[in-house]
Design a protein around this ligand. Structure first.
Ligand code: NCD
Ligand code: ZN
Length: 369
């Protein structure tokens, strides 16, 4: 990473290898047309989440989605595709698609615990119980070197009692993840959007070539106080929900620790405003308009805006997913700007607003276009 300072020693400009976004919801249709260029400007590649409606589970869906993404981003952007793990996903599809490299991994969604997770796995035990489709899919995935991406949350404890949302990740880390790892010792696993101190402790102990995690900027920047200060802020509501301060602090410790198994995954997850202001507010927020800038801010806040940042953003995730280091670079300058623009998308003849994270607020770093 190249970094320039002003006369007072304040960093004013950085250049990093073009990063990889390890967790991106590009959506489809007009949302994709809006988000695609934002992402391609900042990232060389992204792991594309499969929780579209309908979910991505077959070769023809993967190919159709790929074409649509390239129309929105241009051909230089590299979409790294994933399949949605359902209770009926075909192991033969996994074998065929991961085997030739068209698909990089499979995303596990616990049914009902996040946006568009209704097709997710009903019973987490099927991940480690032989004879079930999800188990067979993970066997095929491991055999072909693909990655299991985990939405690391459990809805219920062993006695069937519904868990508190603030304990969903804890339960998964303590009960579900070890069982998956025992059942599939050769499987590469990424814990997505790690959000708790329990997750951090586990990763620090067990992280390595077969187990890593992605971190979002929002979980590094905010904690539960920011979400509920003066009332409920829908633009700060996403899954996994933000935890109390001690968890944010633990995530910062992990991000600063410069571990090769920790990388950037923005979890940019845009929704039309009516879904955010509905009786039941959808989890997920558009981050792609500042998809790298917010991380620069977070790393600067942590006192870690140095080579560690480039490894986190551009090297670690890329290597985990089998990519070489990028030759391209992007530049950012210290130049405060206000998020003013709320994009509108066309949806069935009407125009719908999508509210970006930090609308009306300032961001300290700017991408050099
Ligand atoms: C995501 C979405 O909207 O698709 N929402 C979110 O709150 N992060 C789904 C997900 O990644 O859990
Ligand atoms: Zn997500």
């Amino acid at each position: 990473m190249e970094i320039s300072h002003d006369t007072e020693g304040l960093p004013v400009k950085i250049a990093i290898r073009k990063p990889l976004d390890g967790h991106e919801h590009l959506r489809r249709d007009s949302m994709l047309k809006m988000v695609g260029p934002m992402v391609a400007k900042r990232f060389r590649a992204a792991i594309v989440m499969p929780n579209t409606v309908p979910p991505i589970t077959t070769e023809s869906q993967v190919c159709g989605y790929l074409k649509e993404i390239w129309q929105a981003t241009g051909p230089d952007f590299l979409p790294l595709m994933t399949l949605y793990l359902t209770d009926t996903l075909e192991p033969s599809h996994v074998e065929a698609l991961v085997g030739v490299g068209t698909v990089k991994g499979i995303k596990y969604y616990p049914r009902g615990l996040t946006t568009n997770s209704d097709s997710g796995v009903k019973n987490p035990s099927s991940l480690w119980t032989s004879g079930t489709r999800p188990y067979e899919c993970l066997q095929a995935l491991a055999e072909h070197g693909g990655v299991l991406l985990l939405h690391a949350a459990d809805g219920f404890d062993e006695n069937g009692v519904e868990l508190d949302p603030f304990d969903q990740e804890k339960h998964f880390i303590e009960h579900t993840l070890p069982r998956i790892r025992d059942a599939h010792p050769k499987l590469k696993i990424s814990v997505e959007h790690l959000s708790t101190k329990w997750g951090v402790e586990y990763l620090l102990k067990h992280g390595g070539p077969l187990l890593g995690c992605s971190l979002t900027a929002q979980h590094l920047l905010l904690d539960r106080r920011d979400w509920l200060r003066g009332g409920f802020h829908p633009q700060r509501f996403w899954w996994p929900i933000i935890q109390p301060t001690e968890h944010r602090e633990a995530l910062r410790v992990l991000a600063k620790a410069d571990k090769p198994f920790v990388w950037l995954g923005s979890d940019s997850a845009p929704h039309p405003v009516e879904k955010k202001r509905a009786d039941c507010c959808a989890g997920g927020v558009l981050m792609a308009h500042a998809g790298i800038e917010l991380y620069v801010e977070a790393f600067e806040n942590m006192g870690a805006l140095d080579d560690r940042f480039e490894r986190f953003a551009s090297i670690n995730g890329a290597r985990f997913y089998g990519l070489g280091d990028s030759d391209e670079t992007i530049e950012l300058v210290r130049e405060e700007w206000t998020v003013r623009h709320s994009p509108h998308i066309a949806d069935g003849g009407t125009s719908k607003e999508v509210i970006p994270f930090r609308l009306g607020e300032k961001i300290r770093w700017k991408l050099v276009a």
